[in-house]
Ligand binder design. Sequence first.
Ligand code: UTP
Length: 297
Amino acid sequence: MQILNAVIPVAGLGTGLLPSTKSQPKEMLPVGRKPVVQYVVEEFETAGLRRILFVTGRSKHSIENHFDRDLELIRSLKAAGKLDRIEELRYEETHVQFFYTRQSEPKGLGHAIAHAEHFAGKEPFVVGLGDSIIRNHGSASVVERMVKCFEKHNAACVIAFEEVLREQVSFYGIADPAAEGDEFPVRDLIEKPSVEEAPSNLAIAARYVFSPRIFDAIRRTKPGKLDEIQITDAMRILIKDGHPVYGVRLAGGEHRYDIGNFESYFKTFIDFALADQKFGKAVEKYLREKFGGAHGS
Ligand code: UTP
């Protein structure tokens, strides 16, 4: 079985990055040279996914424009002889077909994913959060490993997990793993536990594979605080019903960057600017001089 469908929810309000996100999507904020969501689309294309549904909301039109071919821009770049700039638009020639639907009220990730029911039909699908990049230095990406795990165990759901520092568990959904290893059955998920309560330091890392069973589980999920339907609660229903739910760890060299608050956004931007082929060295030199200067004074 080959999974071709993916869903990228981008309908959140992005209030953690106000005022930047008042009239532009946080998923379009630049990280290095590209907007965050372009990394997600490229990751999915590389993993063999071919149909992507964006669950969008108000003031998210720029996402649609970003993935559309802009022939007028290409024509004027050609006329001006700026062929190197045209290279920067190569991503528009993708093998992926895009679909869009609106979540008219941001009532949580579970509620956003429910909008993919007709798109998915009877097929399994991948979900990637539009504000999170998974940086991969290895060969098979985490999504490819998750899809393999999904098929091997005939799973209802596979979740990506990243090890976080013990004192940070209260910021994340945390796994109660039923076994050790890179791939494990999930016994339970605990949303934002205290350090004492946390059964592990494995945090949900913005990528999921779902069978269409998830839609029934979402329907049975009671809204939590702020009337939001959380996908973690729906996945717990799958576990309670006895369906196989698995976790796949990010590998060494893979890291999840979530740009949802300014601290993580700034750190993410710096990491990607440092890795830039053309300007990375200059940025590094600049930072070293600054850092050295602060020490010296
Ligand atoms: P977050 O909860 O981190 O994003 O969702 P948010 O709601 O925009 O954040 P704050 O709290 O206001 O700062 C992670 C991803 O899921 C999408 C978001 O757009 C983001 O890319 N999302 C979230 C939805 O599509 N719909 C929702 O109802 C909630």
